[in-house]
Ligand binder design. Structure first.
Ligand code: GLV
Ligand code: MN
Ligand code: MN
Length: 400
């Protein structure tokens, strides 16, 4: 136990070490294939190779370490290495480091299956407004229009977009396991270290552009076509709508204004919209109402509005064939077994339709995430490690 706690401290230290690779000094910001991702890859490669893995970076920028096993069957363990702007050190990163640490814990022992640890290049959707680019490449789900958009970033990083097809899973994957911080207050309120995820809520994301007329701030109030005022009215309506519907989450998290000066009426206001619900029909209906509301507000104000959908992912269930052993592993590790639905999106929701998937959440102190104050407790990381090791043992016995 003492020893595991010190391993947990090392896991946390490694997350902090990767946080040093950032696009903005003083903050943790690392978007898809941005220059600091090179430093992350160099460090992760070193840890993976020291743990006995053979390492490659695929054309989508995912770093992948394979630890050989006795057969060609392969267990995938992964999460993402990109971040939101001004992020914390653990969202995504913790899952990759825990994967490497579990391989280290084998001390060279071979299992009846290989383990591939994947650090996905892009999950957050910050650079192109489209999330999950890394995991979508791994399941061969990147459409030609998206490939065209992301190819320059891939080439700038020194990778070859023509090789994207080789990012696809090439082996007989028996499952995908993702460790991730909870990013909410549920485990803290229950005083639980970890939880087994049973489902991940669906998500829709849109870009909504209001267009009016840019003009001098001296223009009389009744003669204006103010794109930003229209967006502001709509943002309040989005919040009201979400408050009125049980379980609905709707977020306008970013807005860009043109031309963007104190003495110029905004001609364009381009906002993001993220809509989530555990029930896909409720999410789709809510998204429709929110877009309709933008039309109504725009028409009344004499501005136009256009929307583009960047994401429409259904809710997914984790696979019972992996969820049950994970629950048993948590119980054997001496922790209460709590099941929950994830409101946040994860690479597991992309892998799940192709590979049996399971996730273990680690308590987020204060429920804080997507924020520099995001943290984890060493005792909780110990619980995740114990459960992970025990999970591997059960899979080993099953496949022996
Ligand atoms: C991932 O962080 C998400 O936005 O759900
Ligand atoms: Mn995130
Ligand atoms: Mn994440």
């Amino acid at each position: 136990m003492e020893r595991l706690l010190s391993v947990a401290h090392e896991v946390i230290g490694r997350c902090h070490a990767l946080a040093e690779f950032t696009e903005e000094p003083g903050h943790i910001t690392r978007t898809f294939l941005s220059p600091p991702m090179r430093g992350v890859h160099a460090q992760v490669r070193q840890w993976m190779e020291a743990a006995g893995m053979s390492v490659r970076v695929d054309a989508a920028g995912n770093i992948r370490g394979v630890y050989a096993g006795q057969t060609s069957a392969r267990l995938l363990i992964g999460s993402h290495l990109d971040t939101v702007p001004h992020a914390g050190a653990f969202d995504g990163i913790l899952g990759v480091i825990l994967g490497i640490t579990l391989v280290e814990s084998l001390g060279g022992r071979r299992l009846p299956f290989q383990i591939e640890v994947i650090g996905f290049s892009e999950e957050e959707g910050v650079k192109f407004g489209v999330p999950f680019i890394g995991s979508r490449a791994v399941i061969g789900d990147l459409d030609p229009a998206l490939i065209e958009r992301i190819s320059p970033a891939i080439a700038d990083f020194g990778l070859d977009p023509a090789q994207l097809a080789e990012a696809r899973l090439d082996s007989d994957a028996l499952g995908y396991l993702e460790f991730h911080i909870e990013q909410g207050p549920v485990l803290e309120n229950l005083d639980c270290a970890v939880a087994v995820v049973e489902a991940i809520a669906g998500q829709s994301r849109f870009e909504i552009a209001f267009r009016g007329d840019a003009n001098h701030a001296a223009t009389p109030m009744l003669s204006r076509r103010d794109a930003l005022a229209a967006a502001a009215e709509w943002i309040s309506a989005v919040e009201r709508e979400a408050l009125a519907a049980e379980g609905l989450l709707a977020t306008v998290g970013s807005i860009e204004v043109e031309p963007g000066a104190a003495n110029v009426i905004a001609g364009v206001a381009r906002a993001s919209l993220d809509v989530r619900h555990g029930d896909d029909a409720i999410r789709a209906a809510a998204a429709g109402r929110l877009l309709g509301c933008a039309q109504t507000i725009a028409a009344r104000r004499g501005v136009t509005v256009a929307s583009k959908r960047h994401l429409d992912r259904p809710a997914v269930r984790m696979d019972a064939a992996l969820v049950s052993p994970l629950e048993r592993a948590v119980a054997r590790a001496g922790h209460p077994v709590h099941r929950m639905t994830s409101g946040a999106g994860h690479d597991a929701m992309i892998l799940a339709p192709i590979v049996p998937a399971a996730m273990l959440f680690v308590r987020s102190p204060g429920g804080v995430s997507h924020h520099p104050a995001e943290t984890v407790l060493p005792e909780d990381v110990t619980a995740a490690l114990q459960a992970g090791m025990s999970f591997l043992e059960e899979l080993e016995a099953r496949h022996a």
